[in-house]
Design a protein around this ligand. Structure first.
Ligand SMILES: Nc1ncnc2c1ncn2[C@@H]1O[C@H](COP(=O)(O)OP(=O)(O)O)[C@@H](O)[C@H]1O
Ligand code: SF4
Ligand SMILES: [Mg+2]
Length: 326
């Protein structure tokens, strides 16, 4: 299968020089054509920073680096800012949690959907109108010619997210980064938007990174899951394998707290402790303060990501000890 995005050794640091901390460490993201990879973890685990670093769009004060950052045969890390600007919104698109904040309140949705086409493809005004209606139809908006003339506040939250998806797909990108795209929506609409993302992924051969704090969302849509905790990947594998045979104590805890994924009849059980304060931990396994299985080594040394089954990796001294016993 073709790797469309190949990012390895991602690292993001924040804070002033004397109090620098890394909020993303040793993260890799490999996206294949036609596949959805979910990046799952609690708030603050570094998911958004990871996604933004792929676009080289980190907020002020954050610094990113990557061992490898390639889009097809293009070395993104080596591009000038101007060339990177051409890639954003055309070859790699991103959608966010809050469509209202991402849309301009004083422009019609039709105008905004084709904005990337005007910016990247220099399309003529007459052509963009037809294209806007066609894109709205593709993302399931009824009466597209009429709705194209409406303003964001006149649409429901679900419709607005469809509009953002249409805008993100306008230039036929290869990669879609979706950061909590359904978190602000109610459950029924959430399912519809996830189905839309799935359908477009298959129809267009997109490669998608879906960022979510919700393992239930990841399990319904993703081909592969990467679980993040405290700035790094603690487990990753095919969705089916991670759900059936979770290895890492954090993943097991996440699964136990999602009633629809496993243990349908047991009451919802949260992972003890909270991820707060994890940023202050600078060595060892970042999950150690909340882990029931921690051994002495856990607080001293961060475990490596180790293959526990084919195409399934975990980062844990106890459940995924390195072969050869380093
Ligand atoms: N602009 C910023 N400046 C400094 N630190 C930030 C900034 N944005 C986020 N962080 C910190 O980076 C860490 C990861 O944040 P983020 O990637 O947004 O997590 P997630 O998306 O998983 O909720 C958090 O500890 C957060 O406090
Ligand atoms: S490395 Fe240690 S603290 Fe971390 S998850 Fe494994 S057992 Fe728990
Ligand atoms: Mg986030």
């Amino acid at each position: 299968m073709a790797v469309m995005l190949d990012a390895r050794g991602l690292r993001v640091e924040v804070g002033p020089a004397h109090a620098r901390r890394d909020v993303v460490r040793d993260v890799s993201v490999l996206l294949y054509r036609g596949e959805i990879v979910a990046l799952v973890g609690e708030t603050g685990s570094g998911k958004t920073m990871t996604a933004l670093s792929l676009l080289r769009l980190l907020p002020q004060g954050a610094r990113g680096e990557a061992k490898t950052l390639r889009l097809g045969d293009v070395d993104i890390a080596a591009l000038s800012e101007a060339d990177m600007g051409h890639i954003r919104g055309s070859r790699i698109s991103m959608i966010f949690q809050d469509p209202l904040a991402a849309l301009n309140p004083v422009r019609t949705v039709g105008f905004q959907i084709v904005e990337p086409l005007r910016a990247h493809r220099r399309m003529k005004a007459g052509d963009t109108k037809k294209r806007a209606a066609a894109l709205l139809a593709q993302v399931g908006i009824p009466d597209p010619a009429y709705n194209a003339k409406r303003y964001p506040h006149e649409l429901s939250g679900g419709m607005r997210q469809r509009v953002l998806i249409a805008a993100a797909l306008a230039c036929d990108p290869e990669i879609l980064l979706a950061d909590e795209p359904t978190t602000a929506l109610d459950v029924t609409i959430q399912a519809q938007i996830l189905r839309l993302i799935r359908a477009e992924t298959e129809r267009r051969g997109l490669a998608v990174l879906l960022v979510t704090h919700d393992l239930a969302v990841a399990s319904t849509i993703a081909d592969r899951i990467q679980v993040m905790y405290g700035g790094t990947i603690v487990e990753r594998g095919k969705t089916r394998d991670v759900l059936r045979e979770p290895n890492h104590p954090y993943t097991k805890g996440l699964l136990d707290s999602v009633p629809t994924v496993r243990r349908k009849l047991t009451p919802l059980r949260a992972i003890p402790g909270s991820p707060e304060g994890v940023a202050a931990i600078r060595q060892g396994c970042r999950f150690a303060p909340r882990c029931a299985y921690a051994i002495d080594r856990c607080v001293v040394e961060e475990p490596p990501l180790v293959e526990v089954a084919p195409d399934h990796e975990s980062r844990c001294w106890v459940f995924a000890p390195p072969k050869g016993g380093t």
